[in-house]
Ligand binder design. Structure first.
Ligand code: NOJ
Length: 730
C-alpha cells in the first residue's frame, strides 16, 4: 500500500480558468455564453446531443431534478472538456415553502429574518439540484401601478440595500460551494422600476445623479455582499437599453465596482434591443450586448448565431468573448460545480420541514401592517362568540402564495379560513365568500355573506387582489379594489357589526371607502404558505403587529408617483391646505403645489404601521453640534412604550439638508432598528452617524458630505418623530 499523500491544494481558480480557456473551441465558448429553457422531461436525444457538444452553458426554469442530474452527468462525463452546466431558476420568495412576496418581507424591516427566509429557499432549491436563483430583485420603484412592485423591497434605497444584501447572504450562505448554497443574481440592472406610467417594460429616463443616489445603491450593496451574478434588464435607460448599456455595465459595474462574476441578460433582452430601436438586427444586437459586457444570453440565440461572423469580419475583439467566458467559468468554479461530481436527483420530501414553516410564519407575521384600529378593535378576544369569515381571499391558496411562485404547493398553504377554523372550530366560524374572485362583480353571493355577518360577533373580510393582478407584465392603471369588493363591504357595514378588513395584495391599493367603513384594516400582502396562521395570530393577539410600509400608499392613483424622499418645490402647500376631500374640486386657493380634488399627502406614509401598543418619541440629543469629516456623532432619543402590550417597534433615523450644491429630499432614511419594548418601558435608542453616512452626490457628481446644517429625526415613520439639527464642518 502506498502511503497516503496529503491532497494537493486545488490550483487557483484563475489558473484553472486559463488552462480550460486555452483548450476551448470558439463553439464551446459560445455555448458557455448561451442559456436555454428547454429540457424535455425525460431528456430528449436532442438535449443529450447538444449537451455533449457543449451547445449550452446553462438552463433556466427547465426540467425536474432527475433531468438536471442526468444533463449534468452528460456535461461532466460525455462532453469534450467536462464543463458543468449551471441550472438557474426563479426562486423569488421561497421554493417549496412560500414566503411572503418581497414587498411584504420588506415590511418586516428585519434583515436577519429576511436572510433566514432566503436561506430556507436556497436550501430547498439546492436540494432539488439548482445552482442559481434569479433573485434578489433590487429595483426601486415609486409606482404601484407597476405589477412588479410586488417583487421589490419598496421605494427606498437603504431598505432595499440592507434587505437585498441579507437575501444574497441567505441564498449564498457562508461558502458558495457548500451543498446547500446557491448563487444569487442582482436584478434587474438597472432602473427597470422607473418604467414610465408604471407600464411594465416601458422606457426609463433617470438623470445620472438620481441613478447613483437611488437606483444603483442597492446593486452596489449586493455586490459588496458578494453576489455571484447580475442580470441586465429589459428597459431602455436614457435612450440606451440596459442590456446594451456600456455605461452601467462596463463603467459602473466592472470599472468602478470591480465586479468579477458574470452578467446574464434578461429573457430575450438582447434581441429586444431591435424593437427598442437600438439595434438594427440580431447581429447588431449580439455585438452591442457583448460590447456592453452581457456575458450570457438568456433564451434568444443571437450570440451563438452571430458572434462567429462578427469575429471573422474583425468587428469584434476575441478578448471580449474570452472575458465573458472567464466570468462564467469563474462562477462555476466558485460554486464548486467542477468538483462536486454528478448530483443525485433528490425526491421532494413528503412535507416541508417544520423549521422552514417556522421561518415562513415569522416572516408572514412580521410583514403584516396594521393601518387602522379604531377604538382598539383588534386584537379580538378569543372568547368572542361567532366569527364570520367573508371575502374572495379568505381561502385562496394560490392567490395567497403570490405572483412569483413556480414550486410552491397549493395544498400545503394554510389559509386564514383554515387557520381560524382550526383555532375556533367549524361551529364558531361562519364562511361565505361573497365574491368568487377579487374581480367578481356579481352581487349574487352578497345575501349569504350578509346573513353570515348578521349572526356573528365580528366580521372578518379578506379582500384584495388575486395573484395574477401583479407581477411581470401585470401592471394596472387603477389601484382600487377590483370587482364588487367595495360594494360587499358597504352591505356588510350595514349590519352594524364590527367589520375588520384584511387586504391581501401585490401592491399598495387605494381603498379609502372601505377603510372608512371598517373598524380595522390589516395589510397582509400575499403572505405565502403560512399566511393564514400568521394573520390569525395577529387578529387574536397572539402576536402584536410590527410591520411598517416600505412604500408610500397614495390616496388615489392620480397622485402617483408619490414617495417620501421627494424634493420640495418652491411652493410647498401649507398645513392649512391639508384635508381636501377626494373627488370633487374645491375652490382654488393660493398658488401652491397641490391638487384641487384631493389632499396632496399620502393615505399612509412610508414607514407607517400601527401596533397594539403606543410609542412616544422624545428628547432627541446629538452628541456634538458639529460633525467633522472623519469623526462620528451619536444621535439618540427616548422611545417609550406607553401602552399595555410588550411589542417591537421599528425605529427610523431620517435626515434632511436644507441647503447645498443640489437640493436634497425632504427626508431620507439613514438607519433603522427593530427594538423590543415591554409595556411601560422606555429605551434610549442611539444611532452612530459618520460623514460617510450622510454623503450625497453633489452638483459635480462627487460623493461628499457637504458642509452646512442638517436636520435629523428619530421617528416612527417618515412624517413624525423627535427632531433636532447639527452642522457638518469642513
Ligand atoms: C424575466 C424576468 O424579468 C426575470 O425577472 C426572470 O428572472 C426571467 N424572466 C427568467 O424567468
Amino acid at each position: 500500500m502506498s502511503p497516503t499523500l496529503p491532497a494537493a491544494p486545488p490550483p487557483d481558480i484563475e489558473q484553472r480558468i486559463n488552462a480550460l480557456l486555452a483548450k476551448m473551441t470558439l463553439d464551446e465558448k459560445l455555448g458557455q455564453m448561451s442559456q436555454a429553457t428547454g429540457l424535455a422531461v425525460p431528456l430528449s436525444e436532442q438535449n443529450k446531443e447538444e449537451i455533449r457538444k457543449g451547445r449550452w452553458g446553462s438552463f433556466l426554469n427547465a426540467g425536474g431534478a432527475a433531468e438536471r442530474s442526468e444533463a449534468q452527468r452528460i456535461a461532466l462525463k460525455e462532453s469534450r472538456l467536462g464543463i458543468p452546466l449551471i441550472f438557474g431558476r426563479d426562486v423569488i420568495h421561497g421554493y417549496r415553502t412560500v414566503l411572503p412576496i418581497p414587498l411584504g418581507q420588506a415590511a418586516s424591516w428585519d434583515p436577519e429574518l429576511v436572510q433566514a427566509g432566503a436561506r430556507v429557499a436556497g436550501r430547498e432549491a439546492a436540494a432539488a439540484g439548482l445552482h442559481w436563483t434569479f433573485a434578489p430583485m433590487l429595483d426601486i420603484t415609486r409606482d404601484p401601478r407597476w405589477g412588479r412592485i410586488a417583487e421589490t423591497l419598496g421605494e427606498d434605497p437603504l431598505v432595499t440595500s440592507r434587505l437585498g444584501a441579507a437575501m444574497v447572504r441567505g441564498f449564498q450562505g457562508d461558502k458558495l460551494d457548500a451543498p446547500d448554497s446557491i448563487a444569487a443574481c442582482a436584478k434587474h440592472y438597472v432602473g427597470y422600476g422607473a418604467a414610465e406610467g408604471g407600464r411594465d417594460y416601458n422606457t426609463t429616463w433617470i438623470p445620472e445623479i438620481q441613478l447613483r443616489e437611488v437606483f444603483l445603491r442597492s446593486f452596489d450593496a449586493a455586490r459588496k455582499a458578494g453576489v455571484a451574478t447580475f442580470m441586465s434588464a429589459f428597459n431602455n435607460l436614457n435612450g440606451v437599453p440596459t442590456s446594451g448599456n456600456e455605461f452601467t455595465l462596463r463603467q459602473v459595474l466592472r470599472k468602478e465596482w470591480k465586479f468579477d462574476g458574470f452578467v446574464v441578460s434578461d429573457w430575450n433582452s438582447i434581441t429586444e434591443m431591435i424593437p427598442h430601436g437600438y439595434a438594427a438586427d440580431e447581429k447588431d444586437a449580439a455585438f452591442k450586448g457583448v460590447r456592453a459586457g452581457v456575458d450570457m444570453e438568456m433564451v434568444s440565440t443571437s450570440y451563438h448565431d452571430n458572434l462567429k461572423a462578427l469575429l471573422a469580419a474583425g468587428k469584434l475583439d476575441q478578448k471580449l468573448i474570452d472575458d465573458a467566458v472567464r466570468n462564467i467559468l469563474r462562477v462555476k468554479f466558485r460554486l464548486g460545480l467542477f468538483d462536486k461530481g454528478v448530483p443525485v436527483a433528490a425526491e421532494l420530501p413528503a412535507a416541508p420541514e417544520e423549521a422552514a414553516l417556522g421561518v415562513a410564519k415569522r416572516l408572514a407575521t412580521e410583514s403584516l401592517v396594521l393601518l387602522k384600529n379604531q377604538n382598539a378593535t383588534l386584537p379580538l378576544a378569543k372568547s368572542i362568540g361567532k366569527i364570520a369569515v367573508i371575502g374572495p381571499l379568505a381561502n385562496s391558496p394560490v392567490d395567497q402564495m403570490g405572483s412569483w411562485v413556480m414550486d410552491g404547493q397549493a395544498p400545503e398553504v394554510r389559509t386564514p379560513l383554515a387557520a381560524l377554523r382550526e383555532r375556533f372550530g367549524e361551529f364558531r366560524v361562519a364562511w361565505a365568500a361573497g365574491l368568487k374572485t377579487s374581480r367578481d362583480s356579481s352581487h349574487d353571493g352578497f345575501a349569504e355573506a350578509v346573513e353570515a355577518a348578521r349572526g356573528a360577533d365580528a366580521v372578518l373580510v379578506f379582500l384584495g387582489e388575486e395573484m395574477i393582478l401583479s407581477g411581470e407584465a401585470h401592471s394596472r392603471a387603477y389601484l382600487n379594489l377590483p370587482g364588487a369588493q367595495e360594494a360587499l363591504v358597504d352591505e356588510l357595514a350595514k349590519t352594524g357589526k364590527p367589520v375588520i378588513v384584511v387586504i391581501l395584495a401585490g401592491r399598495p391599493l387605494t381603498f379609502q371607502n372601505v377603510a372608512v367603513r371598517a373598524s380595522a384594516v390589516l395589510y397582509a400582502w400575499h403572505p405565502g404558505t403560512m399566511g393564514g396562521p400568521a394573520i390569525a395570530d395577529v387578529l387574536f393577539g397572539d402576536a402584536v403587529p410590527s410591520g411598517k410600509l416600505t412604500v408610500t400608499f397614495p390616496r388615489t392613483v392620480g397622485q402617483v408617483p408619490i414617495y417620501y424622499a421627494h424634493l420640495n418645490t418652491g411652493r410647498p402647500p401649507s398645513e392649512s391646505e391639508l384635508g381636501i376631500p377626494a373627488g370633487t374640486p374645491v375652490d382654488p386657493k393660493g398658488f401652491t403645489s397641490k391638487y384641487l380634488d384631493v389632499d396632496f399627502t399620502p393615505e399612509y406614509p412610508f414607514g407607517f404601521g400601527l401596533s397594539y401598543t403606543s410609542f412616544e418619541y422624545t428628547n432627541l440629543a446629538i452628541s456634538t453640534p458639529q460633525l467633522r469629516t472623519g469623526t462620528r456623532i451619536e444621535i439618540s432619543a427616548d422611545v417609550a412604550n406607553t401602552g399595555t402590550r410588550d411589542a417591537d417597534e421599528i425605529v427610523q433615523l431620517y435626515m434632511h439638508a436644507p441647503a447645498g450644491s443640489v437640493a436634497r429630499p425632504v427626508r431620507e432614511l439613514k438607519d433603522f432598528r427593530r427594538v423590543h419594548l415591554k409595556a411601560g418601558e422606555k429605551q434610549r435608542v442611539a444611532f452612530l452617524v459618520g460623514a460617510g453616512d450622510i454623503a450625497a452626490y453633489n452638483a459635480t457628481l462627487q460623493l461628499v458630505a457637504e458642509p452646512g446644517k442638517y436636520q435629523v429625526w428619530i421617528a416612527p415613520d417618515s412624517v413624525r418623530g423627535a427632531g433636532g439639527e447639527f452642522t457638518v464642518v469642513p
